[in-house]
Design a protein around this ligand. Structure first.
Ligand code: F55
Length: 848
């Protein structure tokens, strides 16, 4: 690439502020090149231009951020805090430009300086501080909170390394993990607040005062400093700019001077290294809790710093501490921040001298808890000895919540009040307990989160139902139904339609004849598209946009993998974390089935086949020998990659079917794949996917779903009509029976699904190579088959045949696509955040 791209004359004009278009913006960009970047004008590459543009945008964000925070301080509204260990933000520049309403100005400014906005946007690295759905949901919720002018802050950790980068090894198709050094270049989107710090204690001793008060003193151990970094969160079409505060850990003192002076240099930096290690890396396991000490340290470090910060802010209001819950609502994003419940008790009882009962009332009015999965391996438990070692005072408080011998009030005597309500039912008592008996004893964080929160919710109707019926039935009985609710997830239409699919957004605006900023804030307005479903010109334009997005993806793949793709084929996409319950294995076995079928046809017959390109992307939790399951997931990737090699090279079939595994799935890659899909797959075993959110993104962009009757698929079908969704598979109530049957009355695959048996045997035969390496994966299907692939396979293949059939009538297909997109109003995260604000947090918007 040639650079410098600009020329001296236009840069000088910009510096003098005399360019014809957006002179102020051009001037500010050139200024940042000269001052912040200390580079000679116009002598910069795309990355330099990105940095300068970002710094210029950031100036605007800071101004808005300041006025917003000032207004919050003046009006002292009730605030909500979103505690999440993950914020999967993706890129910021294009979002900031859109929300500030200066996208076109920056585009023309940059082009007058010799750069194209498109090239510059891709210079930015994703902020990938999350694993998947849970983290991306948090990011969408921040966008919607700011857009609705709600006083909401996020609190998280500033990991030095986000989710690992995924490489696919050329020789055998296995996954390799590499660090994600996203902070190697200066990050323009954060404001270091080196003066906002808190000390966080670990280990040490907890000394009770006397048994009557429940108070104690906690001292000694290790003290670590939490330093605040603020990330500005602009709302769309409003000046309101909220805050995401991320904590970085650092040693309280640079290093241990005593050891240093004594000549023991290793020892002198040991404890400072261990302090810095706390926020060094995001744990890459999704849906699995490993019980590691460093993870517990992260959780406490983050909740303690966040609560100290909230308390300091509350004290500025000069209100009695008894009113804490009237000014603060705290949302727990899964159980990861559950220690916040215990930490607030500690602060109130030990430091604020609030009597135990009063403290418990404040706490249970402050917290709200969202569960994101019913998978048992994801339910966090911390061993009692580990807690006792790391957080001795918190363990005391947990036991006090369970039953403190000296605190004789009904509310705190949790187990005793249970005993009162269900006398003699020992099993119910043990299920309700916060402590699980065993060696060692474990604290059940989910139970603690339920007990310590005002309300508990799941993330889609079916999931919230399962939370009440399967996960916490005894708590529902104990507290009554009203403590439990549902908030169906949502996605921000700004990033997931306007930014990732500008052509479709433009077509929608033109067709609805209302301004973009109206329907982007009230997504139900998309229903207006229904009036145009039968307009053939509109249909043609709708189809042209989809085709253009498929060309864009094809070009991307050609550049990355060097393979040409036919954009007229049906594009079929499954992109999500690799997990057994998400059943990527079902998909790849289905692809092999299709391949074998096409291969068996005569050349003449093949011409009738619907051409299809299948895309996969997703990261697998790094293989860990501790868990059988996690070694199977990289094996699934390996199978996909090697099947792709064989079928993409088969001249008999490759014009009809090709297959790609795109490495290093990310938010930015999703932004290319989603607008280009004709169908996407959401094929979890019924009852296992809490909601899913990419299903909403695909539909919003006019892609249709192939899916099981699970999670938010169900509510999507309710909106768009069942004839616009390709459902298949057994329903949730059947799954348990089938598993029982697999265990006690197994039926061989050959009998249940000859088609699947044939596919499994073909893989075993070695035509995709591997020398038997796939056997462990295939055996999970042949034996046990916990995720019921065998039972669902035939119905899955039938659903894919229905897709082929429907796709063959292109006009009907386009109508389905338009109808689907038109009915996505419910799935805006603006609606979801309104639900939380009204039904949970009881907060109101603040106008600037
Ligand atoms: C649970 C426990 C651990 Cl230790 C780590 C991650 C999780 C977890 O649930 N992750 C997650 O991403 N869950 C997903 O949340 C999404 C947002 O609510 C849902 O759409 C999705 O169904 C669910 O799997």
């Amino acid at each position: 690439e040639k650079w410098p791209k600009g020329d001296e004359k236009s840069w000088k004009a910009a510096l003098r502020g005399v360019t014809t278009e957006s002179p102020e913006i051009s001037k500010s960009i050139v200024n940042h090149v000269q001052t912040s970047l200390a580079r000679a004008p116009y002598n910069i590459d795309d990355f330099g231009a990105y940095q300068a543009a970002a710094l210029s945008v950031r100036d605007n964000l800071i101004v808005n951020w300041n006025s917003t925070q000032l207004e919050y301080s003046r009006k002292s509204p009730k605030r909500a805090y979103y505690l999440s260990l993950e914020f999967l933000m993706g890129r910021t520049l294009s979002n900031a430009l859109l929300n500030l309403g200066v996208l076109d100005n920056y585009s023309s400014s940059l082009s007058s300086l010799g750069f194209s906005l498109e090239d510059i946007l891709v210079q930015e690295r994703d902020a990938a501080l999350g694993n998947g759905g849970l983290g991306r949901l948090a990011a969408c919720y921040l966008d919607s909170s700011a857009t609705q002018e709600l006083p909401v802050w996020g609190y998280g950790l500033r990991y030095k390394y986000g989710i690992f980068q995924q490489l696919i090894k050329a020789d055998d198709g296995t996954q390799l993990e590499a660090p994600d050094p996203w902070l190697d270049h200066q990050n323009p989107w954060e404001l270091p607040r080196l003066d906002v710090t808190y000390e966080v204690r670990f280990y040490g001793n907890a000394q009770r005062w006397d048994e009557g008060t429940g108070r104690a003193t906690w001292s000694g151990g290790q003290e670590v400093l939490a330093v605040a970094y603020d990330v500005m969160i602009p709302g769309y079409g409003t000046k309101n700019t909220n805050n995401l505060r991320l904590w970085e850990s650092k040693p309280k003192r640079g290093f241990d001077l005593q050891s240093f002076n004594a000549g023991n240099y290793e020892r002198s930096v040991e404890s400072s290294n261990s302090a810095a290690a706390i926020t060094s890396v995001l744990y890459p396991n999704d849906h699995t809790s490993f019980g590691k000490e460093l993870r517990l340290k992260q959780q406490y470090f983050w909740t303690a710093a966040s609560l100290a910060d909230m308390l300091r802010r509350f004290k500025h209001l000069e209100k009695p501490i008894s009113q804490f819950a009237e000014y603060n609502a705290i949302q727990l994003n899964d159980t990861h921040p559950t220690l916040a419940i215990v930490e607030l008790m500690r602060i109130l009882v030990d430091e604020e001298e609030v009597p135990w009962d009063g403290a418990w009332t404040i706490v249970t009015n402050t917290f709200f808890f969202t569960n994101h999965t019913v998978l048992p391996e994801a339910l966090e438990k911390w061993s009692v000895p580990l807690l006792e070692h790391l957080l001795p005072r918190h363990l005391q408080i947990i036991f006090d919540i369970v039953s403190h011998p000296a605190i004789i009030r009904e509310s705190s005597l949790f187990l005793q009040s249970v005993e009162k309500k269900f006398p003699g039912d020992r099993e119910k008592l043990s299920r309700l307990s916060l402590i699980e008996e065993g060696f060692p004893k474990q604290v059940r964080m989910a139970n603690l989160a339920v007990v310590g929160s005002r309300r508990v919710n799941g993330v889609a109707e079916l999931h919230s139902d399962l939370v009440q019926k399967n996960l916490f039935p005894d708590f529902v009985e104990f507290y009554g139904k009203s403590k439990f609710g549902n908030v169906t997830n949502g996605i921000t239409p700004r990033r997931w339609l306007d930014q990732c699919n500008p052509s479709l957004s433009a077509l929608i605006t033109e067709t609805l004849k209302i301004e973009r900023n109206v329907w982007l804030k009230d997504l139900y307005k998309l229903e207006g598209l229904l009036a145009h479903v039968n307009d053939s010109e509109f249909q043609a334009r709708w189809a042209a946009v989809k085709h253009q997005n498929k060309e864009r993806l094809a070009l991307f793949v050609e550049r990355q993998l060097g393979i040409k793709i036919d954009a007229s084929a049906l594009f079929d996409v499954q992109i999500k974390r690799l997990h057994e319950y998400k059943r990527q294995t079902l998909n790849i076995l289905g692809v092999i089935h299709r391949y074998l079928l096409i291969k068996s046809l005569k050349p003449e017959e093949r011409k009738k086949v619907v051409k299809k390109v299948v895309f996969f992307a997703g990261k697998a939790a790094p293989a860990c020998t501790l868990f059988k399951m996690s070694t199977l997931l990289p094996l699934t990737i390996r199978l996909i990659v090697n099947v792709a090699r064989v079928i993409n090279a088969d001249p008999d079939t490759n014009q009809y079917l090709s297959l790609f595994f795109l490495p290093d799935y990310s938010v930015s890659l999703a932004e290319i794949l989603i607008p280009a899909s004709d169908i996407s797959q959401h094929i979890s075993t019924a009852g296992t996917e809490a909601s899913g959110t990419s299903n909403m993104k695909f539909c919003l962009n006019g892609g249709l779903l192939v899916g099981t009757v699970d999670g938010a698929n169900i509510e999507i079908a309710e909106e768009v009509g069942e004839d616009n969704v390709f459902f298949f598979g057994h329903l949730t109530p059947d799954v348990e029976d089938l598993r029982y049957q697999h265990t006690y009355h197994p039926i061989p695959v050959e009998e249940k699904s000859p088609a699947l048996a044939h596919v499994l045997n073909t893989v075993s035969s070695g035509i995709f190579g591997g020398d038997g390496v796939y056997e462990p994966l295939l055996n999970t299907v042949r034996q046990g088959d916990f995720y019921i692939l065998t039972d669902d396979f035939d119905s899955y293949i039938r659903a894919l045949e229905m897709v082929d059939e429907a796709y063959s009538d292109r006009t009907e297909w386009i109508k389905k696509s338009i109808r689907t997109s038109a009915k996505m109003g419910k799935f805006s995260s603006d609606r979801a955040i309104q639900d939380y604000a009204q039904e949970y947090w009881n907060i109101e918007s603040v106008k600037l």
